[in-house]
Design a binder for this molecule. Structure first.
Ligand SMILES: Nc1nc2c(ncn2[C@@H]2O[C@H](COP(=O)(O)OP(=O)(O)OP(=O)(O)O)[C@@H](O)[C@H]2O)c(=O)[nH]1
Ligand SMILES: [Zn+2]
Length: 330
């Protein structure tokens, strides 16, 4: 297996899926297909990287219309490299891990697809949950982050940044220790680079890392330190379209010098925001979007989709109670 692809996160599971995809095809067709990883996502185009470096790709016509193919940052795809050089994405290989959120009422008015999910990032192996020993520190919220990461299939790693704010961070570290046995905890000082060796050690070849945590805890500073750059410029994937015009796609998956990959994208950053919006009740938010009345309280209203789901046994009464409690607390 190509060492170059391995460095991009390729593995036996993806290789098998790719082989299964190309197996029924003719050798001419097969020769045009290559695996690539999505390093940037835009409305119409995708930045992808494989054995031929970085390029811009589009969805193949059929899959675009079917709406079944929605590559996310980090996905491995089957790319058709046509003779004119413009790459077309034919398929998304099965994901190892999936960071998704259920779309809530405001975002998805397509009521028939209430449980539609938006994949924020795919094939992330490790997620650094970053916090700081200041007003941001909130164990309950950190616990929700840990759960969200575990649900995605990735491994959560706790990072207490801004260690310089206190002479002794022991108390905070012990608090983090209560979030679960075996959770790795790192103490860092992103600004001066202290404690970063431990994080770099996690970034072995092909490991994909993402950072989450609320605003101001130091995610950008950590990202820049790991990537070895001063500011946080958005990378660009350069390409030319069929007419020879120059186009660009912004890149948000980076190769880390020394090994590993790092995803730095707004969707993941917003976990703090969507945590506050939907909490762990994404499926209930989605059902609520189907209620007849926009301000439905999901108690006695006619046409309440939430109550209907409770009656159908799809949602437990306890879960609904938790959902209601959560909403009134805010
Ligand atoms: N004292 C101290 N300040 C730090 C440390 N790391 C980062 N900061 C500062 O904290 C502030 C916020 O850092 P950012 O890296 O922008 O935080 P962020 O998590 O990326 O924030 P958003 O971009 O809003 O999501 C900046 O002023 C940093 O200089 C640290 O280890 N110690
Ligand atoms: Zn309702």
């Amino acid at each position: 297996m190509s060492s170059e692809l391995r460095a991009l996160g390729w593995g036996d599971d993806f290789e098998q899926a790719f082989e299964a995809y190309v197996a029924p095809l003719s050798s001419e067709e097969r020769a045009r297909l290559t695996p690539v990883r999505v390093v940037g996502v835009q409305r119409q185009t995708f930045g992808v990287r494989g054995l031929h470096g970085e390029e811009e790709a589009r969805l193949a016509g059929a899959s675009r219309h079917a709406g079944t193919l929605t590559p996310a940052i980090g996905d491995w795809c089957v790319l058709d490299r046509a003779a004119d050089g413009a790459g077309r994405i034919l398929a998304v290989l099965p994901r190892r891990t999936t960071f998704a959120r259920a779309l809530g009422a405001s975002e998805d008015t397509r009521r028939s697809q209430a449980l539609r999910q938006q994949v924020i990032a795919a094939n992330v192996d490790l997620v650094l949950i970053v916090t700081a020993p200041d007003a941001d520190f909130d164990l309950e919220r950190l616990e929700r982050y840990v759960q969200a990461v575990q649900q995605s299939g990735a491994r959560p790693v706790l990072v207490l940044n801004k260690a310089d704010l206190h002479a002794d961070t022991g108390w905070w570290v012990r608090q983090l220790g209560t979030l679960g046995p075996g959770l790795e905890i790192h103490v860092t000082l992103a600004e001066s680079g202290q404690g970063l060796e431990g994080l770099r050690a996690l970034l072995t070849k092909g490991v994909t890392l993402a950072l989450i945590g609320s605003s101001g805890v130091g995610k950008s500073t950590l990202t820049n330190a790991l990537l070895g750059r001063a500011a946080a410029p958005t990378g660009e994937v350069r390409a030319s379209d069929q007419q020879g015009r120059h186009t660009t796609t912004s890149r948000t998956l980076y190769l880390v010098p020394g090994g590993g990959l790092l995803i730095d994208n707004p969707g993941l950053r917003d976990i703090a925001v969507w945590d506050a919006d939907a909490g762990d009740f994404g499926e209930l938010e989605a059902l609520a979007a189907q209620c007849r009345y926009r301000k439905c309280t999901h108690t006695t209203e006619p046409g309440c989709a939430v109550q209907a789901a409770v009656r159908a046994g799809e949602v437990s009464a306890a879960r609904l109670a938790a959902f209601q409690g959560r909403r009134t607390r805010r």
